[in-house]
Design a protein. Structure first.
Length: 290
């Protein structure tokens, strides 16, 4: 008789193969026949097995992932038409895509492209399997107090890159926070989804080991305080980092028994553009807790 723990591992491995296949073949038909073969499950029972493991029927899960993929494209820095997003996500027509997007998300794709709101997205796109997987990936660490040089950006999120270029210029000119040996952080001082664009504030930061010298760039020294933090990793463009942030507050925090500290979350950027393409970026999100 097979050990129950081994049996569970085998079952999980087979479903992980199915879910990975879905994610990499969203533009394909993805029939139940094909998916049950990938999992090596009986087609007769596959529907029920999938719904029990993932928390929703396979057709609904596939559609949500297609909509998610389209939302990422719409929110990216590169222009993407609704037609492009629809076909790239495997929809037969932009009309079918727009209906599905609005039904699931409560707003038209064109409106989302202009004003991506991951807070609403997170409240709408709840997939039990993804929530479980997300919760398992949160770590608690003790972050050491860190001195950083900071440039404060004030204004729309779409202009943050201009401030980043200015900060990079200072880094190169001053040599005080070399990218190769100094960590890079970002601190959103308020929520871009709920703050008027002209009032949004974001600190672009580089680690330092000496006092910031007088400069014409508006760079000043600040301290990121030490303490306990919950850490989760976001993979992909920071344009849709909210898709990772909001489930933390929705799923992990209420179940954890932890309380938030009175300090904004902050980002530790593990990748550098353009050396690493945006869709392959990795960013650690630190959320200070008591």
């Amino acid at each position: 008789m097979q050990d129950p723990v081994d049996a569970t591992r085998v079952y999980t491995k087979r479903f992980d193969a199915v879910l990975a296949h879905i994610e990499t073949h969203l533009e394909d038909a993805l029939s139940v026949d094909a998916l049950s073969r990938v999992a090596n499950f009986s087609k007769f029972h596959f529907h029920r097995q999938f719904a029990a493991y993932v928390g929703m029927p396979v057709a609904r899960y596939v559609q949500l992932l297609r909509l998610r993929k389209a939302a990422h494209r719409l929110a990216s820095r590169e222009f993407c038409s609704v037609l492009d997003a629809a076909f790239d996500a495997g929809f037969d027509s932009p009309e079918a895509f727009s209906r599905a997007f609005k039904r699931a998300f409560g707003m038209a794709p064109s409106a989302f492209r202009q004003h991506p709101n991951w807070q609403i997205w997170s409240a709408t796109f709840v997939v039990p399997y993804l929530s479980r997987k997300f919760t398992m990936q949160v770590k608690i660490v003790d972050f050491s107090e860190t001195r950083v040089a900071a440039l404060e950006h004030v204004g729309p999120t779409g202009l943050v890159n201009e401030s980043v270029r200015k900060f990079v210029e200072w880094r190169k000119q001053s040599g005080q926070s070399p990218v190769a040996s100094s960590r890079t952080f970002g601190i959103p001082r308020n929520n871009p989804d709920t703050t008027p664009a002209e009032e949004f504030r974001f600190d672009i930061c580089g680690e330092i080991r000496e006092a910031v010298r007088s400069n014409a760039y508006g760079i000043r020294e600040i301290v990121i305080p030490g303490g306990r933090c919950a850490v989760l990793r976001h993979r992909g463009s920071t344009d849709h980092v909210g898709e990772t942030v909001y489930p933390f507050y929705r799923d992990w925090l209420p179940a954890s028994g932890e309380e938030l500290r009175d300090h904004p979350l902050f980002f530790h950027y593990l990748s550098v553009f353009p050396e690493t393409p945006l869709d392959q970026w990795e960013t650690d999100i630190y959320i200070p807790i008591v």
